[in-house]
Design a protein around this ligand. Structure first.
Ligand code: LUZ
Ligand code: MOS
Length: 749
């Protein structure tokens, strides 16, 4: 089986937290949340909840035994607001009851006395008011001020991107079980079990060794469970500690859409300078990140925006300003791409504007400025193996961009009300957590006496297929068939101090740890085999469960060897830790080597716009992707296609709208994600001979990079729209919904 969960998923028997059988005495939790974006709390009255049938208890900050603090990077977020509420949906208290329905009724009955305060929702306004989450940062390379004088063309403009709802299939969920000695066992739908463990321990006033967090799998996450799973898990744990009952906390879809953080909206100003031939000389950009009301992961996301501001291009003189702005919206959080897509959109907008002014296709400017081997990013790191040009050239040649453009021009000339458009989108994405500390992982392997193997790592399976990849690594390293290996659930008790499964690096790092631990056991077993076969260990290998000597099969089988090793008292277990080598970054000088390597690729996107109605279709997207040597090609193809489609949604129909701080796109009827009918014809090619010595078995991380191919659809749409309205300049305000397309076609603003 190429994907361990496949059969259970198809049969519907895979267990998620909400599917786990109810433990005896189970209670359900619901949150009491702020109905206004900013207010002073005068009083919180939970007494009415206790009158609601089935309600067992209600808790506010006053009942917290430890610290009322769930902030990760910056400790600026209370579990329950005490003096002030800062956004609509902010938890103030919780109610536990015998059923979820009763808990919600209890929560609704609580009375909050609030004095409303003025609120800010716009990032630029927040910055102007000095409302910053952290000090703003500037990455400055070359000499931008002098470079403008050498430019033949200089363009300026603004670009905006809206937020994005994760819409994982499984909503936020947790189940807390009180055990003996005050211990708490937590099941959480989290990407970050250690973070949940640490913060639950902090809030409950327990040492971390009295809190275990276990995760079997998530029904999707996309970054939405890197930090945002924590409050619900911690509330469940608190209620379990207080009531000594198991407590389940599962958000409804509507609650999840209202109460949890999303992708950050960004506002930006850009200025791009080029030579007549399209060579980029200078780029200056201001990025205003709308962080929402608390830091969450915003500073880290801002840092990734800084690093990806110049996209796939070499820019000799660049100045990138980035500010994380505090507003009275929900704290925005990690989402596939982690600030890179927002910054890369601005660069593409600047190139589009320059192309417009110069009267040349954007792809001419793109092609002229791709990173080459040895070029440095503004943060100082050189690309060692750039596949930027290779994938761009392969995409434009294999998919014959020149012919395609001719075809489109002919169609457009012949069709007054139907216009086609095309764009190329190159992607370059740095792999590693930008915070070097987080680039570590662990694995714990047991070989049992019957030869079956148990693999535990810090990686969380969230549908991205990391378990399939761990299986591939363990099987190849031990030389035993995949069906003898089980990938265990992820728990803080087997592998401790884990980083979130995030930054596309879960398979890279946990795969390396798995490889190291398997190798340690294999080496011990080979020593035993050498004795049995009367030869040297380095002449023996294991292949599909059979020992080979000098490459030829022997009679010695894995099971027999394992048993013999056991009788000889050989250790059949190993733990290994992996820390990505060579990473450093100095924020003082804004220079360093924050990434192990980069992933490259290019996509060609085609659209057709109905110029009477403004509706459009994305017809076809073809990608050439730098995937290294895949650990599992089906899994990688799934990430390539899924990432792209999620990016298309962000750029087209997923319109996250806040009115006076209230999310008014909080249902599936007002928030439209791509569906099968809107999914284009997809073709994905993986670059051949793409080695990668920087990751396990020459593989490459794939989770996030393909998302950014989706950015190209915005520019393909602009291409089609401007075929109808050549008199209009491009606007850069994503998503480009059909309504906005209609206004472009028939309006004048
Ligand atoms: N999470 C994080 C991430 O904490 N740091 C990162 O650099 C990152 N990058 C991508 C996605 N999640
Ligand atoms: Mo992430 S955006 O949790 O890799």
């Amino acid at each position: 089986m190429s994907f361990p969960d496949l059969e259970a998923h198809v049969r519907g028997t895979s267990r998620y937290i909400d599917d786990m059988p109810d433990p005896a005495g189970l209670l359900h939790a619901a949150a009491v949340t702020s109905p206004v974006p900013h207010a002073k709390i005068v009083s919180v009255n939970t007494a009415p909840a206790l009158e609601v049938p089935g309600v067992v208890a209600a808790f506010t900050a006053a009942e917290i035994p430890g610290a009322n603090q769930i902030g990760g990077i910056i400790q600026d977020e209370e579990l329950f607001a005490t003096s002030t509420v800062h956004f609509i949906g902010q938890p103030v208290a919780m109610v536990v009851a015998e059923t979820a329905h009763q808990a919600r009724a209890g929560a609704r009955s609580c009375i909050l006395e609030l004095e409303e305060l003025p609120a800010i929702f716009d990032a630029r306004e927040a910055a102007a008011a000095g409302e910053l989450i952290t000090a703003s940062r500037t990455l400055d390379s070359g000499n931008v001020d002098d470079a403008w004088a050498d430019c033949d063309v200089i363009v300026e403009g603004t670009a905006e991107t809206a937020g994005q709802e994760h819409l994982y299939l499984e909503t936020q969920a947790a189940l807390a079980i009180p055990e003996e000695g005050g211990r708490i066992k937590l099941w959480s739908s989290t990407q970050a079990p250690t973070a949940v463990q640490r913060i639950a321990a902090r809030v409950l006033g327990l040492p971390m060794n009295l809190v275990e967090v276990e995760v079997t799998r998530l029904g999707g996450a996309f970054g939405g469970k890197e930090d945002q799973a924590t409050p619900w898990a911690v509330m469940a744990a608190l209620a379990a500690q207080k009531t000594r009952h198991p407590v389940r906390f599962t958000l409804s879809r509507h609650e999840d859409m209202c109460f949890t953080g999303k992708r950050h909206p960004y506002s930006s100003d850009f200025k791009l300078g080029l030579k007549k031939d399209g060579t980029i000389l200078a780029y200056e950009v201001h990025l205003w990140q709308n962080a929402g009301a608390a830091a969450d992961l915003s500073p880290a996301i801002l840092e990734r925006s800084l690093f990806h501001a110049t996209g796939s291009y070499f820019v000799p003189n660049a100045r990138i300003h980035a500010a994380s702005c505090r507003t009275n919206l929900i704290p925005f959080t990690a989402f596939r791409g982690f600030g890179a897509p927002q910054a890369m959109f601005v660069m593409e907008a600047a190139i589009h504007r320059a192309a417009e002014v110069m009267g040349i296709p954007p792809s001419t400017i793109q092609a002229r400025n791709l990173m080459s081997e040895g070029d440095a990013f503004p943060y100082g790191m050189c690309v060692e193996r750039s596949q930027a040009r290779r994938s761009f050239d392969e995409a434009t040649q294999r998919f014959n961009l020149t012919n395609l453009k001719t075809e489109i021009a002919e169609h457009n000339a012949a069709s007054p009300l139907s216009k086609r458009g095309v764009a190329v989108m190159p992607v370059c994405f740095g792999i590693s957590f930008t915070n070097a500390m987080l680039n570590q992982a662990g694995a714990l392997i047991h070989v049992y006496t019957d030869g079956s193997v148990s693999v535990s790592t810090g990686a969380i399976e969230m549908g991205q297929g990391v378990n399939a990849k761990m299986l591939a690594v363990a099987s190849a390293t031990l030389g035993v068939p995949q069906d003898r290996i089980r990938i265990e659930s992820t728990t803080t008790r087997t592998v401790a101090n884990t980083s979130p499964t995030a930054a596309s690096s879960g398979a890279d790092m946990n795969g390396r740890a798995t490889e190291l631990a398997c190798r340690a056991i294999a080496n011990r077993l080979l020593a035993v085999a050498a004795e049995l076969l009367d030869t040297a260990p380095d002449r023996i290998a294991f292949d599909n469960g059979v020992a080979t000597a000098d490459g030829k099969p022997t009679k010695l089988e894995w099971n027999e060897l394992v048993w013999t090793a056991y009788t000889k008292r050989v250790n059949l277990s190993a733990h290994a830790h992996y820390a990505t080598p060579g990473l450093w970054y100095d924020k003082e000088i804004e220079q360093g080597e924050p990434f192990a390597y980069h992933v490259f690729g290019a996509a060609i996107l085609e659209v057709t716009v109905d110029c009477l109605r403004g509706i459009y279709t994305v017809d076809r997207v073809r990608m050439v992707h730098d995937g290294g040597r895949s650990l599992n090609e089906e899994v990688d193809r799934g990430q390539l296609e899924g990432g792209l489609v999620q990016g298309l949604g962000w750029m087209t129909t997923e319109e996250l709208v806040f009115h006076e701080g209230r999310n008014v796109s909080d249902t599936l009827s007002t928030y439209k994600i791509p569906d099968l009918p809107s999914t284009p014809i997809l073709e994905g090619l993986f670059l051949e001979d793409a080695e990668n010595p920087k990751a396990v078995m020459h593989s490459k991380a794939i989770g996030e990079p393909p998302f950014m191919y989706g950015i190209g659809v915005y520019f393909a749409l602009l291409d089609a729209l401007r075929a109808f309205r050549p008199d209009r300049e491009g606007v850069y305000d994503a998503p480009l919904t059909p309504e906005k397309a209609l206004l472009f076609l028939h309006g004048d603003r």
